[in-house]
Design a protein around this ligand. Structure first.
Ligand SMILES: Cc1cc2nc3c(=O)[nH]c(=O)nc-3n(C[C@H](O)[C@H](O)[C@H](O)COP(=O)(O)O)c2cc1C
Length: 386
């Protein structure tokens, strides 16, 4: 129902995103969209690039007088660093090409991309495999978030662990009462997007230690969507399952190595401790717990959707690992360092929010679709839950 493409190199002139399928007449708030872009740039552990860029989405198409038109929406985010890279990233041939990048960083796309695309300059790989691309996804997610807000759906994220700090497996309430404004205010105020002040201090200390050691840190963030209606997604085919769609979207975030939906470690517990008892009263449907993370049978069950994502430590190390020089085939003692982040788990969470918003907007349109906001609203209002 909803599709989008992004384009752009990390040090090219800009990133572009085109979104198709957002209904007409959705009020479009560019200030709120840019606030999302700024959230992605933050988080303790980011590098110098994020201090240089001040991401801002310019609307090139699909919006008029503050409302969407139902036509494709195109957004452009300028790369301020382009000014320093015009010659090196020139689309036209240059008289003196810059020295090729040939030492592959373990853990990045350098080796796989160079072999796959038959490149003798790794620069041609890393310009697109760089996570700068996620700025465009956050812009797309920002539009989806504004659409979801029309139906009372909100999307958030918080950090559970950075390196060994934090206990992501600790049993917690994942139901609606857990996700209140005060919790999210504490997350937004924390430099590592963690609601717990003690853990925040320990995470910051860990990032400082890791930075000093010339190393990098991974971690785990959690994304949460509240206000999701019952009935998004389906068990009818493998690729319609909401959890499967969310899994793919979250695993598409660079560095993500694992996604878990709902309660922690449920595989190890007996069913009687895991399954969420269904209740019904005057207020409607509810469950006593939310170990399913809001999805049963591939369909949203009305509880908050909760998923955790494990990010590996980022690959660019100030003290680089051994590798191979792809130009000579020679084993070398150190690969290569270029300006880099040390820990991106808080920013990863903001990208995770965007991916969750995109999946939910798509699933909402699939069930209640319409060409205008008014039409989608009428379809939502006409749908009974038994
Ligand atoms: C928001 C964000 C920022 C990132 N910044 C960096 C970075 O500065 N340096 C780096 O080596 N990797 C960074 N990464 C991770 C790499 O982009 C990623 O590891 C790489 O593209 C290889 O993909 P893979 O880890 O999924 O295999 C970042 C990831 C995210 C989500």
């Amino acid at each position: 129902m909803l599709r989008f493409l992004t384009a752009g190199e990390s040090h090219g002139p800009c990133l572009i995103a085109t979104i198709e399928g957002i209904p007409a007449n959705l009020p479009f708030d560019n200030v709120a969209l840019n606030a999302e872009l700024r959230r992605r740039q933050g988080g303790y552990g980011r590098g110098a690039r994020m201090r240089l860029e001040q991401d801002h989405a310019e609307v090139l198409a699909g919006v008029r007088h503050g409302k969407t038109l139902g036509s494709p929406i195109t957004l452009r985010i300028e790369n301020k660093d382009w000014a320093n890279w015009q010659e090196r990233m020139s689309a036209a041939p240059v008289a003196e090409p810059p020295e090729a990048v040939t030492r592959a960083r373990p853990g990045h796309a350098d080796f796989t991309g160079a072999i796959k695309y038959h490149q003798d300059d790794i620069r041609n790989v890393i310009e697109r495999s760089s996570s700068r691309e996620t700025a465009a996804r956050v812009a797309v997610g920002g539009v989806c978030r504004q659409f979801l807000a029309q139906f009372g759906i909100a999307v958030h994220s918080h950090v559970l662990a950075i390196g060994p700090v934090g206990d992501p497996a600790a049993p917690r309430d994942l139901g609606p009462a857990a996700w209140h404004d005060d919790f999210w205010a504490r997350v937004e105020a924390s430099p590592v997007r963690c609601a717990d002040a003690d853990l925040t201090a320990q995470m910051i200390a860990h990032i400082d230690r890791i930075r000093k050691a010339g190393d990098t840190a991974g971690g785990i963030f959690e994304v949460v969507a509240t206000g999701v209606p019952i009935g998004l997604g389906s068990y009818s085919q493998w690729d319609r399952r909401l959890g499967a769609r969310l899994g793919q979207a979250l695993l598409s975030i660079p560095s993500s190595k694992g996604v878990e939906i709902g309660g922690c470690g449920t595989a190890a517990q007996p069913g009687s401790q895991v399954h969420d008892v269904l209740r019904h009263d005057a207020a409607g449907w509810s469950h006593l717990t939310n170990n399913a993370g809001g999805i049963e049978g591939g369909i949203s069950n009305g509880e908050p959707i909760v998923a955790r994502v494990a990010l590996k430590p980022i690959p660019t190390l100030a003290h680089p690992l051994p590798s191979v020089d792809l130009a000579t085939g020679e084993n070398i003692d150190t690969s290569r360092y270029e300006r880099s982040d040390v820990c991106v788990v808080p920013a990863g969470g903001v990208v995770g929010e965007a991916m969750l918003a995109i999946v939910l907007a798509d699933a909402l349109l699939e069930k209640f679709g319409g060409d205008s906001l008014e039409e989608v609203r009428a379809h939502v209002a006409a749908t009974s839950e038994l």
